[in-house]
Design a protein. Structure first.
Length: 256
């Protein structure tokens, strides 16, 4: 069995940024919802994963890598179609692509992602169960290149030029009892300098998720310029100093 998920979303006012464009957290939430629906179609959704084998600890999904490229931003009131499907299954990872299309079929954005399964009691990564490894990705697709597990920016050493403290609130926690991956991106983007937020649009987001964080944790949102149009980002657990997330963003000027 293979399945391609296709969902249409209408862009509402509270899902837009200050310029009337789709906000990146909104788009990522749509992608997450469509991925959840596709996983359910395959029989590997959150509930199925948690109760599949009652003789072992429940399992959960965790996003490890995500790379988004924005080509055009939809505006308030427009309809957007999100298409997603798994592309490749390994021992520990499953890869998933997303395509975001306008009403006329033109490509608005695309993203690749890498997911793992973790033991919800031990909070450790485990090999993909057999019922996931036998999953059949759609045959008639052109997958994006598989994301490297360690992108080049992960090895860069840098000191932050901006830092913001964020306490993890209750509404940032998802069903897996840790911070939802989209919440991190919202904090990361909101900590970007004012001029960039007011004059530029995110063109590319590349993320490595390193470890979990939980309700009432204190996080440090750090960044520094990488090039004239790009930034390096890091989210750190204040108590332990462990990296929660590493990322690189690239921006382009708003159209005049």
């Amino acid at each position: 069995m293979s399945a391609i998920q296709s969902d249409t979303y209408d862009l509402r006012g509270y899902e837009c940024d200050a310029l009337g464009r789709i906000s990146i957290p909104t788009l990522m939430n749509w992608m997450q919802e469509s991925a959840n629906r596709n996983a359910i179609a395959y029989g590997i959704g959150i509930d199925e994963l948690a109760r599949r084998d009652l003789d072992r600890s429940p399992l959960g999904w965790m996003l490890m890598r995500f790379r988004l490229r924005m080509h055009h931003y939809p505006l308030y009131g427009q309809s957007v179609r999100v298409v997603t499907y798994p592309t490749f299954v390994e021992k520990y990872f499953i890869h998933r692509d997303f395509r975001v299309l306008a009403e006329d079929g033109s490509l608005l954005a695309e993203a690749g992602s890498t997911w793992l399964v973790f033991d919800m009691d031990k909070r450790t990564m485990v090999p993909l169960p057999g019922f996931i490894r036998t999953l059949t990705p759609p045959a008639d697709i052109e997958p994006l290149p598989t994301l490297p597990l360690k992108p080049p920016f992960q090895n860069q050493t840098w000191e932050p030029t901006r830092q913001t403290d964020v306490p993890v609130g209750w509404f940032s926690i998802d069903q897996n009892q840790h911070v939802n991956n989209v919440a991190y991106i919202q904090w990361l983007l909101e900590a970007t300098d004012q001029q960039t937020l007011e004059t530029a649009a995110l063109a590319e987001l590349d993320v490595v998720y390193r470890t979990e964080s939980h309700w009432q944790d204190q996080l440090l949102i750090q960044s520094t310029p990488d090039t004239a149009d790009a930034y390096l980002h890091r989210i750190v657990q204040a108590s332990s100093g462990r990296d929660v997330l590493l990322a690189r963003t690239q921006w382009r000027p708003n159209p005049s």
